[in-house]
Design a protein around this ligand. Structure first.
Ligand SMILES: O=C(O)C(=O)C[C@]1(C(=O)O)C=C[C@@H](O)C=C1
Length: 367
């Protein structure tokens, strides 16, 4: 036998083994999908019309277990990502989940929506954060995905402000590493760029890079970075800062990669819906609190959390928009509102402040 014959035989044997494993995986996936169908039957038993198919707490547990069980060679994230897709397909068998996101196509928010719900979700773009809220409120879609904070640029105030007039709940969160690219179209003359389009947040996240590479070029803020990419078509003297997906979608050429000033630049998104989510075991809670305008008010809001060892992950103040709300605070902390310690703390805080609304308890981002 020559070397190449030996190599051929080894390959054949391994591929044979892979075929056998694939057949087994396929059979198991089908068996799992049948279980999901039976779950749907149970949820709709006795003609229930208000069945909730998507269960964020259960999904988080399934993904966490996939990571805990994993012993390599695939990374925990990679393993969870595979299970994410299997579960997404199973949920689509029960009921295809419809998700509104801040569009247009190609935005980071679309990436966040697919990262959270998987590729089998029906994701629909809307051009403003208010519209995403309205679609979910109207019941035209099951859930919405909106950006809420960026590690470099801070809070997306428009999202927070929408919660002041909405009864929607936060059902989940997604974190996404955000990489920016400088892109041009096929007709751009790279030496004659006179303006760069992007979303204001993206321009801000690349401020230092732009200052050193394109110091005297006009920066034009547009409604999203996918919109910036879309505008390039036919413009010979413009470039855009855009995500990879938008560059692919609009057939653009990347002339500089990963131009964000902070290498760990990431954005957090919220899943909004009408549903209250039971505890997954590792949860976060978000509150909207209206304060009384009196000395020590902020201290009396925060002190009970400290005393009960509840970990505050974010405190954000926003101007109120009515006479009743003098100023409001958005508070995030670790724990679920039904945990005994949390619910006692919330009762105590509620008695001190003008108003307290639980925006939602939801699983901590897994992926
Ligand atoms: O456990 C359920 O309630 C299911 O519907 C099954 C399943 C799954 O495939 O594991 C599917 C969708 C839900 O969002 C959560 C889990």
């Amino acid at each position: 036998m020559t070397d190449s014959d030996a190599q051929q035989a080894a390959l054949l044997a391994l591929r044979d083994k892979i075929d056998g494993i694939d057949a087994e995986i396929g059979r198991l996936i089908s068996e799992r999908a049948q279980c999901a169908q039976r779950v749907a039957d149970v949820k709709t038993a006795a003609g229930a019309t208000d069945a909730v198919f998507y269960r964020p707490e259960r999904e988080a547990q399934v993904l966490r277990k996939a990571m805990e069980r994993n012993s390599g060679p695939l990374s925990d994230e990679e393993m969870a990502r595979l299970f994410r897709e299997i579960m997404s397909a199973c949920l689509a068998l029960e009921q295809p989940v419809k998700v509104a996101y801040l569009g247009p196509e190609g935005t980071f928010t679309q990436q966040a929506a697919l990262k959270h719900f998987g590729q089998s979700a029906v994701a629909l773009p809307f051009s403003a954060i208010d519209e995403v809220f309205r679609e979910v409120e109207a019941g035209a879609v099951n859930y919405g995905v909106v950006p809420v904070e960026n590690s470099t640029e801070g809070v997306v105030s428009h999202t927070l402000d929408n919660f002041m007039n909405s009864n929607l709940k936060i059902c989940g969160e997604v974190e996404l590493r955000v990489h920016h690219n400088l892109v041009v179209s096929d007709v751009t003359n790279v030496d004659s760029i006179t303006r760069i389009y992007s979303h204001g947040q993206s321009l801000a996240q690349c401020r230092k890079w732009l200052d050193s590479h394109y110091p005297n070029i006009e920066r034009i803020a547009v409604s999203s970075n996918a919109e910036a990419a879309r505008r390039l078509k036919g413009e010979w003297n413009a470039a855009a800062i855009a995500p990879l997906k938008a560059a692919e979608l609009y057939d653009l050429r990347i002339i500089a990669e990963k131009i964000e000033d902070q290498p760990d630049n990431s954005t957090r998104f919220l899943i909004i819906g009408a549903q209250e989510v039971p505890s997954s075991g590792k949860d976060k809670t978000s509150l909207l609190v209206a304060m009384r305008n009196q000395p020590g008010a902020l201290h009396s809001l925060l002190e009970p959390f400290h005393r009960n060892s509840i970990d505050l992950t974010r405190v954000e103040s926003r101007p109120s928009r009515s006479g009743v709300w003098t100023y409001v605070f958005f508070v995030d902390f670790t724990g679920h509102k039904d945990d005994a310690r949390v619910s006692e703390t919330l009762a105590e805080v509620a008695s001190q402040v003008a108003d307290l609304k639980v925006l939602g308890s939801y699983p901590k981002a897994v992926l």
